[in-house]
Design a protein around this ligand. Structure first.
Ligand code: MLZ
Length: 462
C-alpha cells in the first residue's frame, strides 16, 4: 500500500500528495534541524546534484528527482532514467552536494548528463526543458537554514547545573566540554581526572534536555545540589582552562508555566510515571516533595531506598508523569510495587481510590499532538541510560504523545518510553549531518516472544 502511495505521489506533481509522504519523516520531529522547513521537502522535488557518473575531471552536476524520503535522506533519480530505478542513489540532503534548480547557472557550474543518459537521449537540452516545466525545487536558502538550525548557544567552558548521574535526586555543577549537533558533553566540576588526564565522570544530554539547568536553578526551586568538592583539581583539562561562564536562563528551553494553586500536586499523591532508571517501565509513583516553579520530586512506589536519594525531579508539564489509570486505559503493562504486584495486578485503580492518599487529580497534559510517528518508523535515538550513545531505533508503540522506542538488535529490556517532542530523538541521517557517531544495530533482532518483565529490572545509573 505504501508503495502504491509512493508511485502515485511520484506520478503527480500536486504538492498535497507529496506532503502525505513527507509527514512520515522529518516533519514529525519538533527539535531537529530544519524541521520547520520540512514542509517544503517532498517527493517529486527536482534538484541539481553532483554527477558522479562521468569521467570529467571537474565537478559537474545533473538534475535529479526525489523519489523517496527517509528522514534527511532522499532517494534520487537522475533525469533521463525515467522508470529505470537501477541507478537511484540515496543521499543525505543535509550533507550531499545537492542544490536547488538554477544553482549551477548562478554559480557557473556545468550541467552534464550521466553517460548512460547521454547515449539514449540525444537532444537532452530540450528533454530537460520539457521535464522542468512546473517542477518544484529546494528552497534557495536550504543550506543556510540548515546551518542556522545547527547553531547552539553553548560553548566549551559554559557552566551548568545538571542531574548527578551518581545520585539522581540532586544536581551537580558541570562544564560544557564538547558540543555536537546541540548535544553537550558535560564534565562534572569535581568529577576528577584519571592518571593520564582522562575524565572520570561525564554526562551527555541535548541542550534542551529537561535534566539541564542554568546555574542557580537548584537553589531557586529548592532542589538539592551536590556541594562541589573543591579538593578535586580539573584545571589541566582543556574545558576548564577556558574562562568559565555561568549559563543563563535564556539559553535553555522555556517550560510551560503551570498554576501551583489549590489544584497542584501535593505530597503523597499517586500517579503513574516513567521510571527514570528503567525507561521502558511505567510505574506506580508518588509525589514526594513539591518544589517551586512547578517542579515536583517523584518516588517510584515499592522500590524506594528510603532516604530520598532515588527521587527524581519532574516539571508538572513533563510528559513522563501520567494520571492514575493511564496504563490501564492505554493497554500498557503497569509496573506495580513488587509487594503488591501479584495481589493487585488488575486492581490498581481501586487500590489508589481506597488508599488514604488520593490519586492526583491534576489534569496532566497528555494531549495528542498529531505527531506523525507511527509504529515501525525508524529513527536515531539517544539511549538515555547511556546518553552518549545515539542508536538506530524503531518506534514500537505510539500512545498519545508517548513513543515506545526499541533499539534495533537489542533485547526489549532496553526499550524506552519517550515524549514525541523529546530533544533526544532525531530523524534518520541526523548523525551524518551533525558528525555524531551513530551506533548501528549490534546484530539481528533477538528472538521475539519474551514478555517484558513487570517487576523492576536492574537499575543502571544513566
Ligand atoms: N554497555 C552497555 C551498552 C548498551 C547500549 C545499548 N544501547 C541500546 C551494554 O552492553 O549493556
Amino acid at each position: 500500500n505504501e508503495q502504491h502511495q509512493e508511485s502515485r505521489a511520484f506520478g503527480q506533481d500536486g504538492k498535497k500528495t507529496h506532503r502525505l509522504l513527507s509527514l512520515f519523516t522529518t516533519v514529525s520531529f519538533t527539535n531537529a534541524p530544519l524541521c520547520a522547513q520540512w514542509d517544503d521537502i517532498y517527493v517529486g522535488l527536482k534538484v541539481e546534484v553532483l554527477n558522479t557518473h562521468t569521467a570529467l575531471p571537474s565537478k559537474v552536476y545533473w538534475i535529479a528527482t526525489v523519489v523517496q524520503l527517509a528522514g534527511y535522506k532522499a532517494l534520487l533519480r537522475h533525469e533521463g532514467f525515467e522508470d529505470d530505478d537501477s541507478h537511484d542513489l540515496w543521499c543525505n540532503l543535509g550533507t550531499a552536494d545537492v542544490h536547488p534548480i538554477g544553482w549551477c547557472a548562478v554559480n557557473s557550474k556545468l550541467l552534464v548528463p550521466p553517460q548512460e543518459v547521454h547515449q539514449h537521449i540525444k537532444d537532452w537540452k530540450s528533454y530537460l526543458m520539457e521535464r522542468l516545466v512546473g517542477a518544484h525545487t529546494l528552497p534557495v536558502d536550504f543550506h543556510v537554514k540548515m546551518a542556522d538550525s545547527l547553531r547552539c548557544p553553548f560553548r566549551q567552558g559554559v557552566r551548568v547545573e545538571v542531574v548527578d548521574r551518581s545520585q539522581v535526586s540532586r544536581t551537580r555543577l558541570a562544564v560544557v566540554d564538547t558540543v555536537v549537533g546541540g548535544r553537550l558533553r558535560l564534565l562534572y566540576e569535581d568529577g576528577g581526572l584519571g592518571p593520564s588526564g582522562e575524565v572520570l565522570s561525564d554526562f551527555w544530554c541535548h541542550m534542551q534536555s529537561p535534566l539541564l539547568h542554568p546555574v542557580g536553578w537548584s537553589e531557586r526551586v529548592g532542589h538539592s545540589i551536590k556541594e562541589t568538592d573543591t579538593s578535586v583539581n580539573m584545571s589541566s583539562h582543556p574545558a576548564f582552562r577556558k574562562v568559565l561562564h555561568n549559563s543563563v536562563p535564556h539559553q535553555f528551553r522555556k517550560l510551560r508555566t503551570v498554576y501551583m494553586g489549590d489544584t497542584f500536586f501535593e505530597e503523597g499523591m499517586k500517579l503513574e510515571a516513567i521510571d527514570p532508571l528503567n525507561l521502558g517501565n511505567i510505574c506506580v509513583a508518588s509525589v514526594r516533595k513539591v518544589l517551586l516553579d512547578g517542579y515536583i520530586m517523584v518516588g517510584i512506589d515499592g522500590v524506594e531506598i528510603g532516604d530520598g536519594s532515588d527521587w527524581f525531579c519532574y516539571h508538572a508539564s513533563s510528559h513522563a508523569i501520567l494520571p492514575v489509570g493511564y496504563c490501564e486505559n492505554n493497554d500498557i503493562p503497569l509496573t506495580l510495587p513488587p509487594a503488591i504486584y501479584n495481589m493487585l495486578m488488575h486492581m490498581w485503580v481501586y487500590y489508589v481510590l481506597s488508599s488514604s492518599c488520593g490519586p492526583s487529580l491534576i489534569r496532566l497534559s497528555q494531549g495528542d499532538v498529531g505527531h506523525g510517528f507511527t509504529s515501525g518508523m525508524k529513527l536515531e535515538a539517544v539511549d538515555l541510560m547511556e546518553p552518549r550513545l545515539v542508536c538506530v531505533a524503531t518506534v514500537r508503540r505510539c500512545v498519545g504523545r508517548l513513543l515506545l522506542l526499541h533499539f534495533d538488535g537489542w533485547e526489549p529490556e532496553f526499550d524506552q518510553w519517550v515524549d514525541c517532542q523529546s530533544p533526544e530523538i532525531y530523524p534518520v541521517g541526523w548523525c551524518e549531518i551533525t558528525g555524531y557517531q551513530l551506533q548501528p544495530p549490534i546484530g539481528p533482532e533477538p528472538p521475539q516472544g519474551q514478555e517484558r518483565s513487570h517487576t523492576s529490572k536492574k537499575a543502571k545509573p544513566f
